[in-house]
Design a protein around this ligand. Structure first.
Ligand code: HEM
Length: 317
């Protein structure tokens, strides 16, 4: 046996010995093991079996597929946010490298949103969407989790009452005032829709657990806790601001572009949302969410998303 192989075997033996295992049995296992294939490794058959339309309209499959792709990217985004939250080294380099990844995923989502905006026939959409009520992307839990990991609750309460809250308030109290609880409400009565009620029922316990887990330790706090020199790192500040704009302006605007293309009709009601208040809820200039309000001037916060919204509204006419 050559020296390299003997070395490898010795190391392996040591590894198994350290955990009280017998290397010989594992070698037998290796002998009988099947070779790993691409399709088994990434569970391709399962993945491709998950696009199940509820109607016969072919474009519904695009709608399902793109939502699933988005959820996978949300998962990757959360994966990076958690690494920052768990990090103990506190270097600007680590921090900005992870936020850069988050921004890369958001860029892909923003750039690809025209799969929704242009990639489906409106006539088909308006019909198959009726078969999906009261489900809505509004019920994306991962989208909310990104917010919980990124910033404290006092930044997420509705802008009309935000000035009345600060970190001394309880999590549950602020959760009741979170901005999205005023979305997915009935446009005429202001009542919560079933979409919102079901979402709260399904996810509130999980959301509260996450909010408590990261209380005082969100991305916002991790940034503030950096040593002074790291905190002033320009690259990091640039990436954090970009994250804020990607998540809280640009993605919202692309998404709103889709809502306008399919659901907006001058002087008429389009039923495919179940008659919700989406026009008052979705614009970033109304939500005014910044994960890192400390990185923006008062004027920038005041004008949050405005220019873009005007642009998005005008381009529809
Ligand atoms: C044709 C495509 C789409 C249309 C017409 C559309 C429409 C809407 C509407 C009208 C709302 C407001 C809530 C409501 O009134 O029900 C909403 C919210 C939402 N949708 Fe979509 N949507 C589309 C695609 C997507 C996709 C692909 C995702 C990805 C997961 C998504 C995620 C969300 C999220 C996260 C919210 C809540 C936004 C917020 O809180 O600001 N939507 N959508």
């Amino acid at each position: 046996m050559d020296k390299k192989l003997t070395d490898q075997l010795n190391k392996l033996e040591q590894k198994f010995k350290n955990s009280g295992q017998d290397m010989g049995s594992y070698l037998d296992g290796l002998l009988y093991d099947k070779y790993l294939t691409y399709w088994d490794y990434i569970h391709l058959d399962t993945l491709l079996s998950l696009q199940i339309p509820r109607t016969y309209f072919p474009d519904e499959e695009i709608f399902i597929g793109y939502h699933q792709i988005t959820e996978l990217y949300f998962k990757l985004i959360i994966h990076e946010l958690k690494q920052i939250i768990d990090d103990k080294l506190q270097t600007a380099q680590f921090f900005s490298q992870k936020v850069e990844r988050v921004n890369r995923y958001f860029r892909i989502l923003i750039d690809s949103f025209d799969v929704m905006i242009r990639g489906m026939e409106r006539e088909q959409f308006l019909k198959f969407r009726m078969a999906l009520l009261p489900a809505s992307g509004f019920q994306s839990a991962q989208y909310r989790m990104i917010e919980f990991y990124a910033t404290p609750m006092e930044h997420l309460v509705h802008p009309e009452v935000r000035k009345d809250y600060d970190s001394s308030f309880g999590i549950e109290e602020m959760y009741e005032q979170i901005y999205w609880k005023r979305g997915a409400t009935d446009r005429d009565t202001g009542d919560k829709t079933l979409t919102l009620k079901q979402f709260e029922f399904r996810y509130t316990p999980r959301f509260v657990r996450i909010m408590k887990e990261v209380e005082g330790n969100t991305l916002y706090h991790k940034y503030l806790a950096l040593p002074e020199a790291e905190k002033n790192n320009e690259e990091l500040i640039k990436e954090l601001r970009k994250f804020d704009v990607n998540a809280n302006v640009n993605w919202l605007l692309m998404h709103m572009g889709a809502a306008f293309r399919y659901l907006h009709k001058e002087g008429a009601t389009i039923l495919a949302t179940g008659g919700t208040n989406w026009k008052e809820f979705l614009p970033p200039s109304f939500q005014k969410i910044q994960y890192f309000p400390n990185l923006w001037s008062d004027q920038e916060k005041e004008e949050w998303g405005k220019q873009w919204v005007t642009h998005a509204f005008n381009s529809e006419k």
